[in-house]
Design a protein around this ligand. Structure first.
Ligand SMILES: [Zn+2]
Length: 162
């Protein structure tokens, strides 16, 4: 009866070679397993790092969104106040002057009148000539004068320099 004993020396030698080969293969697989585990640890660390970064970005986005929304609310409120103030002022301006103002305002990027300050037009910064300044100084206060350069309505003030 065969008891599993290897009696042929060639078979024994072949089996010993197989064992050495299998030991080598096990060692290689263990090395590969270590490399894969190291890669897994690196990937997990990177995942944690990215998750923390994403959390920080989400928090910052929340802060900025809240800040933006608050700012937009302020702007809307301020815009409504300015619109009301403008209406109050416009109601006190004669219709023909308001029409001129609106026409110039449409042509000049939303600014139809400018303060005459230190002899300069506040709209285009042109310094008025001495003769224009004399003429403006003599003109009645309700006479509408306009800048020769930009055509805006010049508003005389205590700082006009005339
Ligand atoms: Zn001007």
């Amino acid at each position: 009866m065969d008891k599993g004993l290897v009696t042929n020396p060639k078979d024994l030698e072949r089996m010993q070679h197989e064992l050495v080969s299998l030991d080598r293969r096990i060692s290689e697989l263990e090395d590969t397993e270590l490399e894969v585990m190291e890669q897994l640890e690196n990937a997990q660390a990177e995942h944690v790092r990215l998750a923390e970064r994403l959390e920080a970005i989400d928090a910052r986005t929340g802060e900025l969104t809240a800040s933006r929304d608050a700012g937009a609310g302020d702007v809307t409120q301020e815009s409504a106040q300015v619109t009301n103030q403008r209406k109050v002022v416009a109601d006190g301006v004669p219709d023909d002057l308001l029409a001129v103002y609106e026409k110039v305002r449409a042509q000049k990027g939303g600014v139809g009148a400018a303060a005459l300050r230190a002899r300069r037009c506040g709209g285009c910064s042109l310094e008025l000539t001495a003769s224009d300044l004399r003429s403006i100084a003599k003109a009645p206060l309700d006479e509408v004068r306009r800048c020769e350069e930009c055509n805006r309505i010049l508003v005389r003030t205590s700082e006009s320099g005339i």
